[in-house]
Ligand binder design. Sequence first.
Ligand SMILES: NC(=O)c1ccc[n+]([C@@H]2O[C@H](COP(=O)([O-])OP(=O)(O)OC[C@H]3O[C@@H](n4cnc5c(N)ncnc54)[C@H](OP(=O)(O)O)[C@@H]3O)[C@@H](O)[C@H]2O)c1
Length: 233
Amino acid sequence: MPDTRLAVIVGANRGLGLGLTGELLSRGYEVIATARDLAKAQALEKLAKQFGDRLRRMRLDLNDQGLADAFAGQVGHAKLDLLFLNAGVAGPADRTAQDVTIAETGALFYTNAVAPVRLARTLMDRMREPDAVIAFMTSIMGSVALNTEGGAELYRASKAALNSLTRSFAAGLRGRPIAVLSFHPGWVRTDMGGEHAPLDVETSVRGIADVLERERGRPGHRFLDYTGHELPW
Ligand SMILES: NC(=O)c1ccc[n+]([C@@H]2O[C@H](COP(=O)([O-])OP(=O)(O)OC[C@H]3O[C@@H](n4cnc5c(N)ncnc54)[C@H](OP(=O)(O)O)[C@@H]3O)[C@@H](O)[C@H]2O)c1
C-alpha cells in the first residue's frame, strides 16, 4: 500500500470535477487533474498554489482522440488508485429525437458515453490492483427503470448509453480486482445543474469521496448515488 494515493480526474477545471479534485487533495491524494484549456483553468491554478506538487494539471479533450490516446504516456509510470471520468455535457437540452441533428447526436453520445469508456480502456492496465477504482460520472437520469417522466431525453439516453458501455467495460475486466462505479452525484449547483439545484458541490463531492473509500477493494460494477445508495439500472 503506497503512502499517497494517486488519482486522475478528467474534467476537473470547474463544477464537480474541480470540487472532487479539492476534496481528494485535502484527503492526502496526489491528483492529476485535466482541463480542455489550461489557460482558463484558474481555479485549478489556485489549488496548485495551495497543494503544491501533489496536483499536476494536464490538457485533455476527450473528443480529441490523438490527445486522449497520448494521455496514458503523459501520466507517467506510477500506478493509479483512482481514475474518475467526470467530464460530460448537457448537449442540445431543448431538442428531442425529432429535431436533433446527426452531428449533435454524435457529439453528445461520443462525449458522454463513448469517450470516457475509451479512455478507461487506455488506462486500465495502469491501475494499482487489487484496490483500484474506476469511476464514471453518470446520472440518475440515465436510469431506464426510473424514467417515468421523460424530458431531457437525449441527455438521459447518453447517460444510459454510458451505463451500458461501462457494463461492457466492467465485464471485459474478467474478474480483475478493480471496482467499477457509476455515480449519480445528486442534483448539484454547477453550470450544468443550474442555480436551483438543492445540493452544493462540497456536499456532493464529500459524499462521493466517502463512497469511493468504502467501495475500494470491492470488484464488480455498481450504480450508486453520492450517499452510497444503490440505484436501479
Ligand atoms: N450538476 C448536476 O446536477 C449533475 C447531475 C448528474 C450528473 N452530472 C454529471 O456530472 C458531471 C460533471 O457535471 P458538472 O455539473 O460539474 O458540469 P459542468 O460544470 O458543466 O462541468 C463539466 C466538465 O466537463 C468538462 N468537459 C466537457 N466536455 C469535455 C470534453 N470533450 N473533454 C474533456 N472535458 C470535457 C468541462 O470542461 P470545460 O470547462 O472545458 O467545458 C467541465 O470541466 C457530468 O458528467 C454531468 O453529466 C451532473
